[in-house]
Design a protein around this ligand. Structure first.
Ligand SMILES: Nc1ncnc2c1ncn2[C@@H]1O[C@H](COP(=O)(O)OP(=O)(O)O)[C@@H](O)[C@H]1O
Ligand SMILES: CC(=O)N[C@@H](CCC(=O)OP(=O)(O)O)C(=O)O
Length: 301
């Protein structure tokens, strides 16, 4: 079978466009947050895994932090427990914490590891407990301000954690041995208590301590949307704060946008919120001139 001229020329153009990006990002670290809402079907999961393996093959170091909120919700529903969220954070009692650990550290983590390995990568799954990767403390009475909006109420979220420190030794070791770390957002307290941490917040902190080139947050919207539902392709801290104040950014987008901003202000070159429901979204963001989704840069918070 031979390619027709038009198709061949298009393929050549795409490959050529990718070259400067491959050269620029080779050897750099990229933190990708793979949200539970982006794990919709097998085709999408496979396209994500192929993107990750391709990146590693061209010398980029992907570090995956995954969510699994909908998957936790499904198991909770099976045992007759309702999920309760406050500003994008799941209220987590002891029983919920057990389920979170089971779903994130077990089912979801291992299925992503398996998928990447099936596509020829070498992934290793971790929770924040492995190698003392993520230390956390109870987000005791998170004020709404701490969660990203300006209001005085204090809220007890149970075993929801706040990252206190990250020891990247185990990630460094894996990257240098050509493995792809796949991290579940579970932290551990000094007393051994497990904490449920929003996956966006873990991804942001890991990107910060690794001084990653990019933090890419894969979710279930085309990016950050304005009040009319139009995609905002690029914005800075001041514009984000205005959108939060006017209520245009709410719920699960609050921790996401908060960590995207924190990361760029702590030295990550750029943060991106992109649509995980689009096949090969990560490759399109990395290797095309247009990019996709919303780009967040530092300055002006
Ligand atoms: N301004 C906004 N633009 C886009 N999505 C928003 C905005 N404000 C709130 N959201 C909500 O945030 C959701 C994404 O957060 P979340 O459900 O926690 O995703 P994930 O599971 O991928 O982390 C969107 O599906 C949307 O309902
Ligand atoms: C504290 C908190 O809310 N933790 C999240 C952890 C998983 C997560 O963040 O998953 P997504 O990225 O798929 O939403 C939860 O329990 O759902």
């Amino acid at each position: 079978m031979s390619l027709n001229t038009q198709k061949a020329s298009h393929i050549a153009q795409v490959l050529t466009e990718a070259l400067p990006y491959i050269q620029r990002f080779s050897g750099k670290t990229l933190v990708i947050k793979y949200g539970g809402n982006a794990m919709i079907d097998e085709t999408l999961k496979n396209s994500f895994a192929r993107d990750v393996v391709l990146m590693k093959a061209v010398g980029i170091n992907p570090v995956i932090v995954h969510g699994g909120g909908p998957q936790i919700g499904q198991l909770l529903a099976k045992i007759g427990k309702q999920s309760e969220f406050i500003n994008g954070m799941r209220v987590t009692d002891t029983e919920t914490m057990d389920i979170v650990e089971m779903v994130l550290g077990g089912q979801v983590n291992k299925s992503i590891v398996n998928l990447i390995n099936n596509h020829g990568g070498r992934a290793v799954g971790l929770t924040g407990k492995d190698g003392s990767l993520i230390f956390a403390e109870k987000m005791k009475f998170a004020s709404q301000e701490e969660l990203g909006v300006d209001a005085p109420e204090m809220i007890d979220l149970g075993y929801v954690g706040r990252v206190t420190s990250i020891d990247t030794s185990v990630i460094d070791m894996l990257i240098h041995s050509d493995f792809i770390p796949v991290i579940a957002p579970i932290g551990v307290g000094q007393d051994g208590q497990s904490y449920n941490i929003n996956a966006d917040l873990v991804a942001g902190k890991i990107a910060e301590v690794l001084q990653a080139e990019k933090l890419i947050l894969l979710t279930n919207t085309p990016g950050l949307l304005d009040a009319d539902g139009a995609l905002l392709t690029g914005l800075n801290a001041k514009q984000v704060n205005d959108l939060i104040a006017s209520g245009v950014i709410y719920g699960g987008m609050l921790p996401k946008i908060g960590c995207a901003l924190d990361a760029v202000q702590a030295g990550v070159t750029s943060s991106h919120i992109i649509d995980g429901r689009v096949q090969h979204a990560v490759l399109l963001e990395m290797f095309t001139d247009e990019g996709v989704g919303t780009l967040i840069r530092g300055g002006g918070r």
